[in-house]
Design a protein around this ligand. Structure first.
Ligand SMILES: O=C(O)CCC(=O)C(=O)O
Length: 314
């Protein structure tokens, strides 16, 4: 089992921003200017596969050209602001994350998969929006401070420490209500969630993953039959995120790429509802989400509604 570093290697130039990030697991900053927003929106409409629906990150696309062009163009568009705020980092992967209007476009309560040795390094997403975000169009919600509850190995084969209380966690989340051009920089180990896009417009954000310049990629896989108390570590290349073909596919299987570094001990932490009550203050997240859902049921918008309407007239 590993421990978090006593002191995170700083990546923000401004110590005050670094402090907020370390304390809360996220920080909101202005990011894209109007021209960058326009260029990225145009690029999305030029590139995106027509059959996308629901929740769709470009990293899940089977179209390698889409994945790679989105990656290089988004990383380039990020450079101006990244240079303003960050130091000693590498921007590893850029992607579009799109939610078409649909009740199926939500993303469950989760932490992102481990991509590094987190005893030394921190993986950070710059989740930057091209449109104003609201609870209605499916903004992100975070569990403030949850990035430091337990050191974890994360991947689709590894049980999550909060899996028995995923639903209850919603009562403690904070919505991140950011405007077009703003970004939330969040630690990949923070617990987060985003409800469906119940508006009548597509929601497009970009996500750019970065880390300290010296970090190397690691992923982790759990096969209890091999050893119930250990996970297998893999060394991966920096192009892992754009080249990995198993994302939207056979993600639960042992990675077909990377070099196995062998088995490492893991204590599989677990929390319950009492733990949440003792450590977090309830918020109005569920009320906000339910209000949008009730409104949608009264006056549905988006794909599900349109296809039902078409069904009535065809
Ligand atoms: O884009 C969203 O709504 C959620 C993104 C997310 O949860 C993720 O990238 O891990």
């Amino acid at each position: 089992m590993f421990e978090f570093p006593k002191k995170m290697l700083p990546v923000f130039k401004d110590p005050a921003v670094q402090e907020i990030f370390e304390r809360d697991g996220y920080v909101v900053l202005p990011f894209y200017n109007e021209q960058e927003i326009k260029e990225l929106s145009d690029l999305y409409y030029e590139l995106h596969p027509v059959n996308e629906h629901g929740f769709f990150p470009s990293t899940f696309s089977h179209d390698k050209n889409y994945r790679q062009t989105a990656d290089s163009s988004i990383r380039k568009a990020c450079e101006r602001s990244a240079n303003l705020y960050l130091e000693n980092v590498k921007l590893v992967c850029g992607a579009f994350i799109v939610k078409t209007p649909s009740p199926e476009s939500g993303m469950c309560v989760h932490q992102d998969m481990s991509l590094l040795d987190e005893s030394r390094f921190t993986g950070i997403n710059i989740w930057a929006t091209l449109c104003d975000l609201s609870v209605e169009n499916g903004t992100i919600f975070v569990l403030k401070g949850s990035h430091r509850l337990f050191p974890t190995y994360r991947g689709s084969s590894i049980p999550e420490f909060f899996q028995n209380v995923s639903e209850e966690i919603i009562d403690y989340l904070e919505p991140v209500l950011i405007k077009a051009g703003e970004a939330v920089f969040f630690d990949q180990s923070i617990i987060h969630y985003s409800p469906p896009n119940y508006s009548n417009k597509i929601r497009i954000v970009t996500n750019t993953y970065f880390t300290h310049k010296d970090a190397e990629y690691r992923t982790y896989f759990y096969n209890p039959e091999l050893d119930p108390n250990k996970v297998e570590a893999f060394e991966q290349s920096d192009s892992f995120m754009t080249d990995f073909e198993q994302f939207g596919n056979n993600i639960h299987e042992r990675p077909k790429v990377g070099k196995s570094l062998g088995l490492v001990e893991y204590n599989f932490p677990k929390i319950d509802a009492a733990y949440l009550r003792a450590n977090f203050k309830p918020t109005n997240a569920r009320e906000l989400i339910n209000a949008v859902q009730r409104e949608h049921q009264k006056t549905p918008k988006g794909e599900g509604f349109l296809s039902r309407l078409k069904g009535l007239f065809s």
